[in-house]
Design a protein around this ligand. Sequence first.
Ligand SMILES: Nc1nc2c(ncn2[C@@H]2O[C@H](COP(=O)(O)OP(=O)(O)OP(=O)(O)O)[C@@H](O)[C@H]2O)c(=O)[nH]1
Ligand SMILES: [Mg+2]
Length: 669
Amino acid sequence: MLDFFTIFSRGGLVLWCFPSTSTLFTSSVNALIRSVLLQERGGGGDAFCHESLALRHRLDNEYELVFVVCYQKVLQLNYVDKFLDDIHREFRDKYKNELTSGQFAAGFDDFQSVYAQVLQASESAARANAKRPKEMRTYVESEKSKKTVSSMIVGAEQPAAASSATKSAPGAKSAKNGASAKAPAKAKPAAPAAESKKPTEAPPAAAGSNGQLDEETRLRNLERLAAKKLGGKASKQPSPTAVPSTGSETGSGKRVKQKTVWAGSKLSRAEMEALDRSDDKPTGPNGASDAGEAAADPALIKQKRDMIGDLKELSVQPVDSADAGDDDSDSDGAADAGNAAPAAGGKSGGGGLFGMFRGLVGSKTLNREDLAPVLDKMRDHLVAKNVAAEIAGKLCDSVAARLEGRTVGAFSTVASTVRSAMTDACLQILSPRRRVDILRDALDAKARGRPYSIVMCGVNGVGKSTNLAKIAFWLIANGCRVLIAACDTFRSGAVEQLRTHVRRLAAAYPPESDGSSYVELYEKGYGKDPAGVAMEALRYASTKRFNVCLIDTAGRMQDNEPLMRALAKLVSVNEPDLVLFVGEALVGNEAVDQLVKFNQSLADMSQSEQPHTIDGIVLTKFDTVDDQVGAAISMTYITGQPIVFVGTGQTYTDLKALSASAVVNTLLR
Ligand SMILES: Nc1nc2c(ncn2[C@@H]2O[C@H](COP(=O)(O)OP(=O)(O)OP(=O)(O)O)[C@@H](O)[C@H]2O)c(=O)[nH]1
Ligand SMILES: [Mg+2]
């Protein structure tokens, strides 16, 4: 019933396979290597499906071997796991000497008879099993018991989600945050959005010690009140470079209740200005009313120079002294990743994640029991760092599968070995399978005279429009002419928000002498079909020889079927070069649901035969998560796609490239 079986080394050398001449399965085995073994998805024990085949594998960590079977996925073969265990054992026993001395050239041709025997035994046992009347499952074996366990894991995170709500920045979707109760209780810096809203107006004079105001103060306060009534709230000055956000504080610093504005209702001019979040308004309280104001902004002019060339990588956060003692072996990040850290005698007394597992284990072969306590702690640690619970579990399973049976050196601890393997695994996940080089592709498109198109999608308020403007700023700094397509025809204020960005960008990059502008907005107002607007924008970009067309879309919840269908239509009709999913670094367990459903909708609701799913990720609000960087791992794990941009604030220069080693260092600290 098995179609194919092979044994190969991690280095890629095929030791044995059956049938020996078949090349039919090469592409499926390659897919398994690419999508499972190289992406740390090998721990769950589930079959990997490729085309009509199912593939299962076993790792031999001592000799660095992989055992793979392929069979038709329509078949329910319940003996495959046992067969893999048996054949693995037989192969190791039979060729122990060759494997130990690395003599692979001798050949393993005589394995054929053992293979046939083991397979026959497994098949007969399965047949006998099938004939036996079914026993009732125990509670522990039932799906229900599994559900309870997993829901316990999720439940364990809830207190932290609640506690994080109290300390997270304004605008943060803390309730969705999946951090566990063990999250380090570090004070988070307030988001720049909050800081930029601080009023500069002096507070009312304080009352005297007896609570009574003196006459002079009373008169001054009355004057101020009268001035306010006349509309004199002039002194509110936002930061000159911040991309503005909506605020609800008055000039006197008091919060006032704001009128609810329902989506779709008509907006007054004042409300539109209040919604105008994309301009830093250097001179006026309500932002640049004309392009000249932004042009006068010296900070923006300086920022232009900073953005030339490839984006800078995220910088590594300095290690706290409290944490450093726990982890100094890893301070070199990726460079150290492959080496198990020596268990330094001098590192005694450190608490922290691995403190309790620092006993030397000597030269021994690791088994599940050795690994279980360390991996449990590792799982909690990852969840505390905001990795989705499900992904943290799978990563730990994968590391367990990698380490089981491996011999650790006399000076290694289980903890350092696990940490080293986890570092490798996370680096591997964050290292893109394929490189998305937008600047190169955009310049390439420029040379070919066609616009390079990017669609930004994601749930509401994650930073699609703001980061789209940052990307435009970066591309223009590198000589591209950018058309921004306002395809969020749904949310009130979305078009005006982009209009303000374009006005600022145009002021920073004035048109050429021949009148060709570096940036323009293509807008058709509200209520129009976004797919149609995008199509017209692309046509306009072609005619007007823009090099890049950035398509903004409305925020939508992943379960909103009509809106997801509209997004799938926009993508399939316009065939953009890149579909970027924008997600907040604040997101915890929700990341899995968002990405899976966006990808699923793009695939299922597409009108095209070869649906275009998510090509890359923009991870926003990274500046607000301190060291809880787990969303980066969750998002890349689910999609297998790279994080193309990281948003680190609200100015145009707050756009960075991901540094895998910086993220992994912070994650495992
Ligand atoms: N701190 C911080 N704030 C950000 C970042 N990116 C965006 N924001 C803020 O997030 C808020 C929402 O940003 P938008 O760009 O309007 O989000 P959106 O996804 O377009 O929202 P919708 O169109 O309503 O779905 C704004 O206040 C932005 O300034 C970032 O990287 N860091
Ligand atoms: Mg938007």
